[in-house]
Design a protein around this ligand. Structure first.
Ligand SMILES: [Zn+2]
Length: 302
């Protein structure tokens, strides 16, 4: 169970124990940042709950497991809306449908992905079901922002918290899937495989940043200042880019012991940039300040 999923080993053990002891509750919240495998965990857990084998659940061989693999296990219902909000109508359907007995199994499982997208009204209509679920029903709410779930919902569910993945775990993911990646980018992924995949596709841009910072001694002022247009126009990735530049400077400290002060100063500038951005300082002005300050501290070294 869970062999194909990387990370969160503690949760693997918790969920395995629940299956082993047949100590299954009616409602769970799987909480943690996006892109760390919560939905995969939920599917595997659901498959194991319904597995007809006596041991080693999910067996991947019984009727229930096979029908799940073929996407026609009618007793596992996954709500995975691509729209921004999960409307009341969808949840009302669920609350009606959940009263009908399972077809193939003794239990019936509902998984709601991105459950924080349920409107307040939708959450309220789910609440009644959570308060008095049919004996055979299990609901798993998956969320990357549990603050958006009503307290009344949360108090009805057993919460399982998923940790961000470590850099080694993300490395393992890329290795298992034979995907090329840039080691220096690992800190930029923020522990999320989803983010790692997205940013890995922009690897060229990150490598371009590295090529500029690699030849810092050549007085490439213009290239540093140009980063504003060529790199920092990716506002949504700004923290990943800053993290990456920090990694580059940390590497330089290791490689170039004579100039550690300069690089330490640059790291300070990047840290200050993060603080300014989090304080909602003007984006353009902040980035101008960052690049000019980095440039000044490098030139001051000559
Ligand atoms: Zn099975």
């Amino acid at each position: 169970m869970f062999d194909n999923i990387i990370g969160n080993n503690k949760n693997k053990q918790i969920l395995k124990n629940i299956i082993k002891n047949n100590n299954i509750s009616h409602s769970y919240i799987f909480s943690g940042i996006a892109g760390i495998g919560k939905l995969l965990f939920a599917k595997e857990f659901a498959k194991a709950i319904l597995c007809l084998s006596d041991e080693n659940k999910p067996c991947n061989r019984c009727k229930s497991c096979l029908s799940f693999e073929n996407n026609n296990n009618t007793d596992i219902i996954i709500i995975d809306e691509q729209e921004e909000s999960i409307k009341t109508e969808i949840i009302k359907n669920l609350t009606r449908n959940i009263l009908e007995k399972p077809v193939q199994n003794s239990r019936k499982i509902y998984i709601i992905n991105n459950s924080e997208n349920m409107t307040k009204e939708a959450q309220n209509s789910l609440l009644k079901t959570l308060e008095e679920p049919p004996d055979f029903a299990i609901i798993i709410l998956i969320t990357s922002n549990e603050n958006l779930l009503l307290n009344t919902i949360k108090s009805r569910c057993i919460k399982i918290f998923f940790e961000n993945l470590s850099n080694n775990e993300i490395k393992e993911y890329f290795d298992r899937h034979s995907i090329e990646f840039n080691n220096n980018m690992l800190n930029s992924f923020g522990g999320s495989i989803k983010k790692a995949i997205e940013l890995n596709e922009k690897r060229d841009m990150y490598e371009k940043i590295a090529s500029i910072f690699d030849k810092l001694d050549d007085k490439n002022e213009l290239e540093i200042l140009n980063l504003k247009e060529s790199v920092f126009n990716n506002k949504e990735d700004v923290y990943s880019i800053l993290e990456y530049i920090n990694t580059l400077f940390y590497n330089k400290i290791m490689q170039d012991v004579n100039n550690t002060k300069v690089y330490e100063k640059c790291i300070e500038i990047i840290e200050e940039t993060k603080i300014r951005l989090k304080r909602n300082s003007n984006y353009d002005m902040t980035i101008d300040w960052t690049l000019l300050s980095i440039n000044a501290s490098i030139e001051g070294n000559d």
